[in-house]
Design a protein around this ligand. Structure first.
Ligand SMILES: C[S@@+](CC[C@H](N)C(=O)[O-])C[C@H]1O[C@@H](n2cnc3c(N)ncnc32)[C@H](O)[C@@H]1O
Length: 216
């Protein structure tokens, strides 16, 4: 697996959007898995998960740990990632080298409400929900997932690292709780999604959302 093992933090901030996920530092991947584990602890058991971005299979490992019998069908455009994912040999998980939305469209959902969706975006912020042009494909994907009425959706957001520079554009305060609240309100208004739980580390936030209003 081609992952960088150095400790120089400057290298972290030199990562670009175009940097392949498989080059992400191992320490960062470990933090991501910790957050995922904490978030999926709150997810209702489901027999099936659509995983939009399979990557190296780190999220699939966490989901399989949590739900040992769950069937996971994943996509990733990076063929090296797909190979690494499928080599993990997870009993009921497979990753296809294709676009996430194209894969979703091939799936048949008999009953609404008995499946989960994991959308671990490389780069996603509230600006995509507000409608910025380069985020259109992400919104199309979320909309296609929501239309199929999953029990829950996991979405990864990357605003936290540069929140101090961008919070005014996001219409929130310069703190992560204010950002998450603003993001969830925008998602509730647009798609009827509600927050179940979330976790952050310095580079990303992991949200677990549902279509059912679970507030009192
Ligand atoms: C943050 S990583 C996912 C990491 C993954 N959850 C894991 O545990 O390893 C995002 C992945 O999305 C993939 N990707 C980006 N756009 C895509 C698309 N339209 N369809 C499928 N995969 C895509 C990238 O190749 C990258 O591997």
């Amino acid at each position: 697996m081609a992952v960088w093992r150095g400790k120089n933090p400057a290298r972290l901030f030199a990562m670009k959007d175009s940097t392949p996920y498989r080059e992400r530092p191992v320490t960062e991947i470990a933090r991501e898995q910790e957050c995922m584990r904490a978030v999926f602890a709150y997810a209702t058991p489901v027999p099936f998960i659509f995983e939009a971005f399979g990557g190296l299979g780190k999220t699939a490992q966490v989901m399989t740990e949590r739900f040992p019998e769950v069937v996971i069908t994943a996509a990733d455009l990076d063929e090296e990632c797909v190979k690494t994912y499928n080599k993990l040999g997870l009993a009921h998980a497979i990753c296809y080298p294709m676009d996430a939305l194209d894969l979703l469209k091939t799936l048949k959902f008999k009953e609404p409400g008995l499946w989960g969706a994991s959308l671990d975006f490389n780069r996603f912020t509230i600006l995509d929900v507000y409608g910025r042009r380069e985020g259109r494909w992400k919104i199309d994907l979320i909309e296609a997932v929501v239309e199929r009425k999953p029990t829950w959706i996991q979405i990864t957001d990357s605003a936290v690292r540069y929140l101090h520079l961008n919070y005014q554009k996001y219409y929130c305060q310069n703190n992560i709780d204010s950002y998450i609240q603003t993001l969830v309100e925008a998602m509730t208004e647009r798609w009827g999604l509600y927050r179940v739980t979330h976790r952050n580390y310095y580079a990303a936030s992991y949200l677990l959302l549902t279509l059912n209003d679970i507030s009192d």
